[in-house]
Design a protein around this ligand. Structure first.
Ligand code: G6P
Length: 372
């Protein structure tokens, strides 16, 4: 097993280090002359032209990838997108039919809850597309179309590199459908493609520049009993993912909230010393949201919260507001989640390691849950 880890202390450490490759390999072969063309989807133009609704179904981390993807896919395709937990989906008689595209996301391709939801959607006449990391798995075999993520085998139980690959695949799918439907201008699509192609290098920068600091900082927090995560827009599902990772790996109570929801309840949780991670939108690209998130930070800090901000390089406004600032390179808002999640994966792994826990095999969890 030591050899398989290739010198890393755990599979998870190895897999987090492979996040840049997971994105790069998922993009490979799917960009032609600056436009997204997914060869596996050849011949399905009519299917994509005929849909009026997209429902993304998944469980766990894959469902958060779906929530991230929703913003961009809706924007680029102008098709309404809903994201649902697979195990909730089929127990409520959802309104679906031949004009519905049900997109399932699963690293393993074997999650029973997701598989049953896909079968259910098919029986109801919906079109199905599987985003999957495992060649030939059951869920892709049960689907009309497949877009594989190429994150490589993921061994650690909690998903990391597959998550960034899933978001990448959703973006590719959104741009592919947008091109077919003419809902995204070629020049805009080309710009998005350039942004996507720059992401692996930017993730590598975070790993190189921030990982040691985040790990040290996580080890200081080994006794923490609760951590909150706040995000807005695409940062919201990243807050949920940050909280999930911390629960899974470090067994710490953690919750993610939409920053705008703070005043409607969660702010009551804030007491002196409470650590809160805040994903800060870009002041250049999302000035209005940036201002709102900064004011959320002010509100919780005034109540004694310890704020750890994840903010883009050069965001000077955040510095005096936060106790710690973790920097991510500049990116367009849709792509920022692919960067903002990296410090959160490192943090959860670092904290669990500091507690002496097995990050590859957390208690009570299975890599692939093949029962309902
Ligand atoms: C399990 C794993 C999670 C994963 C979820 C979905 O619960 O512990 O890390 O996110 O299943 O798995 P899938 O293979 O469908 O992506």
């Amino acid at each position: 097993a030591a050899a398989e880890k290739g010198g890393w202390s755990s599979f998870m450490a190895k897999e987090v280090s492979e996040e840049p490759d997971a994105v790069a390999n998922t993009l490979r072969g799917r960009i032609r002359d600056g436009q997204v063309v997914i060869p596996e989807l050849d011949g399905l133009d009519e299917l994509f032209a005929g849909i009026s609704r997209i429902i993304v179904i998944a469980c766990g981390t894959a469902a958060y990838a779906g929530q991230v993807g929703k913003y961009a896919i809706e924007q680029w395709t102008r098709i309404p997108v809903d994201v649902e937990l697979a195990h909730e989906f089929r127990y409520r008689d959802p309104v679906i039919g031949p004009d519905t595209l049900v997109v399932s996301i699963s690293q393993s391709g074997e999650t029973m809850d997701t598989l049953m939801a896909v079968k259910y959607a098919r029986e109801r006449g919906a079109k199905t597309l599987s985003i999957c990391n495992t060649q030939g798995a059951t869920i892709p075999r049960e689907s009309d179309a497949i877009v594989y993520t190429h994150a490589g085998p993921e061994v650690a139980v909690a998903s990391t590199k597959a998550f960034v690959a899933q978001i990448t695949a959703l973006y590719l799918m959104g741009l592919h459908i947008g091109r077919i439907r003419g809902s995204v201008a070629a020049a805009d699509a080309a710009e998005h493609v350039r942004e996507l192609e720059a992401i692996p290098g930017k993730i590598a920068q975070i790993l190189e520049r921030e990982q040691p600091r985040i790990e040290q900082f996580a080890s200081w927090m080994a006794d923490t009993r609760s951590v909150l995560f706040l995000g807005r827009h695409v940062g919201y599902p990243i807050a949920l993912e940050g909280a999930l990772k911390l629960k899974e790996l470090a067994y710490i109570h953690a919750e993610g909230f939409a920053a705008g929801e703070l005043k409607h309840g969660p702010i009551a949780l804030i007491e002196p010393g409470q650590p809160v991670f805040v994903i800060v939108p870009s002041p250049r690209k999302s000035a209005e949201m940036h201002k709102k998130v900064i004011s959320s930070i002010e509100e919780i800090r005034a109540r004694g919260a310890r704020v750890i901000a994840i903010a883009e390089e050069g965001d000077a406004a955040v510095l005096p507001k936060a106790d710690e600032v973790l920097r991510i390179p500049l990116a367009d808002p849709f792509f920022e989640p692919l960067l903002a999640v990296v410090p959160l994966h490192i943090f959860a792994m670092g904290l669990a390691t500091a507690k002496g826990l097995d990050v590859d095999q957390p208690r009570n969890l299975a890599k692939s849950v093949t029962v309902e």
